[in-house]
Design a protein around this ligand. Structure first.
Ligand code: RB5
Length: 140
């Protein structure tokens, strides 16, 4: 399952990503926040990390203003690999080299078109094996 979570600064971008997911008939679960009313990013990052960790095949998308707060919190969970991506190249490499299971986006500086492209790459790019897998093993 694909989980999505955001704070107030990520709400607008999330609604656009949700439209894209629906159009593509991609199943997802929206964990909130459900409006742009001020809230706190740590609780949403924690909620999403816990959900993603329930099954190895799960993935997540986190969005806050910069993407930094969500990244810091999510990466405190062992087995969560959250990558803040700014463009298609970093999204592709984050999957291929780092095997991220959580894509983090900066709601205040990422346009919807780019975000949708990054989501597509995140969902469809397999991780590379060989030296990349060897390096990933050294993380823990
Ligand atoms: C909220 O103003 C902002 O701090 C938050 O969305 C995020 O960017 C934190 O890292």
């Amino acid at each position: 399952m694909l989980f999505l979570a955001n704070d107030h600064a990520g709400f607008e971008l999330k609604t656009k990503i949700i439209k894209y997911l629906k159009k593509q008939k991609i199943d997802f679960q929206d964990l909130g926040a459900f409006s742009n009313e001020r809230t706190d990013y740590p609780k949403f990052a924690k909620l999403l990390a816990e959900k993603v960790l329930q099954d190895e095949s799960n993935k997540g998308i986190l969005i806050c203003g910069t993407g930094i707060g969500m990244s810091i919190v999510a990466n405190r969970f062992p087995k969560i690999k959250a990558g803040l991506c700014k463009n298609c190249k970093t999204a592709r490499l984050a999957r291929q080299h780092n095997d991220i299971n959580v894509l983090v986006l900066a709601g205040r500086s990422t346009c919807a078109i780019k975000a949708k492209r990054m989501v597509k790459i995140f969902l469809n790019t397999p991780a590379l094996e060989g030296r990349y897998a060897e390096r990933r093993k050294q993380i823990d």
